[in-house]
Design a protein. Structure first.
Length: 416
């Protein structure tokens, strides 16, 4: 049935002409549509995955200003790239672009590959991005299937199967190959995406204003909202995340996350995932007394303040939050405890801490620094590989995930 519809669309109407005529008149003027530079198109396509256009525009401009070419991206440090990306979310995108740029420098003389198959060899460039770059920048007749395109095509065909399956992708790819014109193949891809973004929206499609309405089987059957058919969603896992905020004077303590997994290579307020589930009471019971201090020792690299933290856990800690942060497959319910330490930049505070008795309760490490080394210099600390102390103002210079924005706001408010 859907195949017949597809053939009818091709044979009886020129879908691409209708679509391109509409696109010429109605397309939004976006910065990446004013360039044929494959590198700039790559940047825009990666940023637009999972992020709205209006959010992307300033990041796109700033990114290209800072890294205007493959070579400049490849020779920057990952830290710099993540910092410029900071706030855009899904940081693995930035890391993969950086890896891709390094590959292009190593293997291709710092140039973007000029066809679909060669683009697919670049780390981090998948079928969609390769299709978008190849068709838009190099005029290659190849599909670029994103979520918008899946929705539009599934409605055009009244496609009865889940759109995420390999079979659906393959089928849509074959059809788009037939529909896509030899001239302006990139505009055709962009027009389908634009139609999905502006007209054939998920919840409120404007079928009355759609150039494809009279060939759209979903619309003609008055069943638009049945499509796209989706696989049943698996529930996102909810995890309570206890976060340790260490503060001394106007500085806070950050640690760098590992180079793999969630939020790889970003800086964070260290913390521990307590439980899978939504029961905050159970989580709080879990972090009283020795348990809580145990979590701190396992999670935080800085050993200088162990004694003070332990005492604070014994007296009882105040928890802040929760705030929620959603990843693609899990949700963090973030709660945090603030530990205030003496401002050791202030010499009056130094002796008290250093004169603490050497003997420690079992299981508690002594401070790592000797008296001679115990000089606080935030610039020196910045050089540490995996942790540092920074002022709240300097946080903007580090790639800190948006997940922690509420904590930073809370700290700033308490400073005022
Ligand atoms: S007619 Fe409606 S459902 Fe069909 S493609 Fe256009 S906007 Fe989407």
């Amino acid at each position: 049935m859907a195949n017949d519809v597809a053939n009818d669309i091709v044979e009886e109407h020129s879908l691409s002409s209708l679509l391109l005529a509409w696109f010429t008149l109605e397309k939004r003027d976006l910065p990446w549509r004013r360039t044929g530079d494959p590198y700039a198109i790559w940047v825009s396509e990666v940023m637009l995955q999972q992020t709205q256009v209006k959010t992307v525009i300033p990041y796109y401009e700033q990114f290209l200003q800072r890294f205007p070419s493959v070579v400049q991206l490849a020779t920057a440090s990952l830290e710099d790239v993540l910092t410029v990306w900071s706030g855009l979310g899904y940081y693995s995108r930035a890391r993969r672009m950086w890896e891709g740029a390094r590959y292009m420098c190593d293997q291709r003389g710092g140039k973007m590959p000029q066809d679909y198959d060669s683009l697919l060899l670049v780390p981090g460039i998948g079928k969609y991005t390769a299709g978008a770059i190849a068709s838009i920048a190099f005029g290659q007749r190849v599909a670029a299937i994103d979520g918008n395109v899946l929705r539009v095509v599934s409605r055009l065909l009244a496609w009865p199967e889940p759109v995420e399956t390999v079979r659906s992708h393959r089928h849509f790819g074959e059809l788009l190959g037939k529909w896509q014109p030899a001239v302006q193949p990139g505009d055709f891809n962009q027009a389908l995406m634009e139609l999905g973004a502006m007209i054939c929206t998920p919840k409120n499609p404007d079928c009355g204003g759609c150039p494809l309405a009279f060939v759209c089987e979903g619309y003609l059957q008055d069943d638009v909202f049945l499509y796209p058919v989706k696989k049943p969603k698996s529930q996102r896992q909810v995890v309570t995340r206890l976060t340790f905020v260490l503060r001394r004077g106007d500085q806070v303590y950050l640690q760098k996350r590992p180079s793999h997994g969630l939020l790889a290579d970003l800086w964070e307020f260290p913390g521990v995932e307590l439980s899978q589930g939504n029961d905050l009471k159970e989580s709080i019971l879990n972090i009283s007394g020795d348990n809580g201090f145990g979590f701190f020792q396992k999670t935080v690299s800085e050993r200088m303040f162990d004694e003070l933290v332990r005492e604070q856990f014994e007296r009882g800690i105040t928890l802040h939050g929760p705030v929620w942060y959603t990843f693609s497959h899990r949700r963090w319910k973030i709660i945090w405890a603030i530990f205030d330490f003496p401002d050791l930049d202030n010499p009056r505070n130094l002796p008290e801490l250093l004169e603490r008795p050497e003997s420690k309760p079992e299981g508690v490490s002594a401070p790592r620094e000797s008296v001679g080394e115990y000089r606080l210099d935030s610039r020196k600390d910045h050089q540490l590989e995996d942790h540092c102390w920074v002022t709240l103002q300097d946080l903007t210079g580090l790639p800190l995930p948006v997940a922690f924005t509420a904590i930073v706001d809370d700290l700033k408010t308490s400073e005022e």
